[in-house]
Design a binder for this molecule. Structure first.
Ligand code: NAP
Length: 255
């Protein structure tokens, strides 16, 4: 029996081993979804999978590279078989390879484009047919305030801006099938990714967060649960008229 037979709906979250993806997976489980947690290594998804099961929902950990077309097709086929056809997709997997333009290697550029853009394209293409069959679906892409330009992130900013155009286009193409596509563009969210940035610029992690919080109107940094809250809103049945939007999640109007 699949989760669909039991009335449970299935979500796929990429980059779900930790950080924002882990929080989104846990939130979707709390909201009643069976969840496939995708990350590079299946073993890395164990904690996330346990957290989903602890909420009484079916879970599947999948180790795959979202930029590998064959692996994505095979992974989504496993989701269908073990959890039922997915109707929610959160394209969250991401990496940074920061450097000033004159020092940025072709590999730094390609890796960032591959994970964010090619990965979101491949995952969305593999999952959309199940959403179209169901005449219902929700795609949420992780953009970033860096899409507006950020020193040292020419590759990442271009990828995150690209995801915004991708999101709007999916919204237009898939809207007639009851499928919405929206993006979240977070500012500072405290995760391993921002901790790595602190290390790169040589600032103590606690100090780095305090400095960021002082610049944010709500006087705190964001946390993965803040992003999960917005995902839950976009995914909600009642959000069917919210489509093609980019929500800047920054603790203030200043982005
Ligand atoms: P994170 O803690 O670094 O987690 C990202 C996860 O994605 C990691 O588990 C990573 O696996 C996985 N991943 C990387 N490449 C992958 C691939 N090719 N296939 C499958 N999984 C892959 O990052 P985060 O801070 O939670 O960020 C999540 C998303 O939000 C990213 O798209 C990021 O760009 C975006 N975002 C974050 C912030 C922020 O302030 N944190 C702000 C704006 C946007 P490994 O550990 O094995 O590398």
């Amino acid at each position: 029996m699949t989760s669909t037979d039991t009335g449970v709906r299935t979500a796929v979250v990429t980059g779900a081993a930790r950080g924002i993806g882990a929080a989104v997976a846990a939130r979707l489980a709390a909201d009643g979804f069976a969840v496939a947690a995708v990350d590079l290594e299946e073993a890395a998804t164990l904690d996330t999978v346990s957290a989903i099961r602890a909420q009484g929902q079916p879970a599947l950990g999948l180790g795959l590279d979202v930029s590998d077309a064959d692996a994505v097709e095979a992974g989504v086929a496993r989701v269908v078989e073990q959890l039922g056809p997915p109707t929610v997709l959160v394209n969250n997997a991401g990496i940074t390879r920061d450097n000033l333009l004159f020092k940025m290697s072709v590999d730094d550029w390609d890796q960032v484009m591959n994970v964010h853009l090619r990965g979101s394209f491949l995952m969305s293409r593999a999952v959309q047919k199940h959403m179209v069959d169901a005449r219902w679906g929700r795609i949420v892409n992780l953009s970033s305030v860096s899409a507006l330009g950020n020193r040292g992130q020419a590759n990442y900013a271009a990828a995150k801006a690209g995801l915004q155009g991708f999101t709007r286009t999916l919204a237009i193409e898939l809207g007639p099938f009851g499928i919405t596509a929206n993006a979240i563009a977070p500012g500072f969210i405290a995760t391993a990714m921002t901790e790595a940035t602190a290390a790169r610029v040589g600032v103590d992690w606690e100090e780095f967060q305090q400095q960021a919080a002082a610049r944010i109107p709500v006087r705190r940094v964001g946390h993965p649960a803040d992003v999960a809250q917005v995902v839950a809103f976009f995914v909600d049945e009642r959000s069917s008229f919210v489509n093609g939007q980019i929500l800047y999640l920054t603790g203030g109007p200043n982005i």
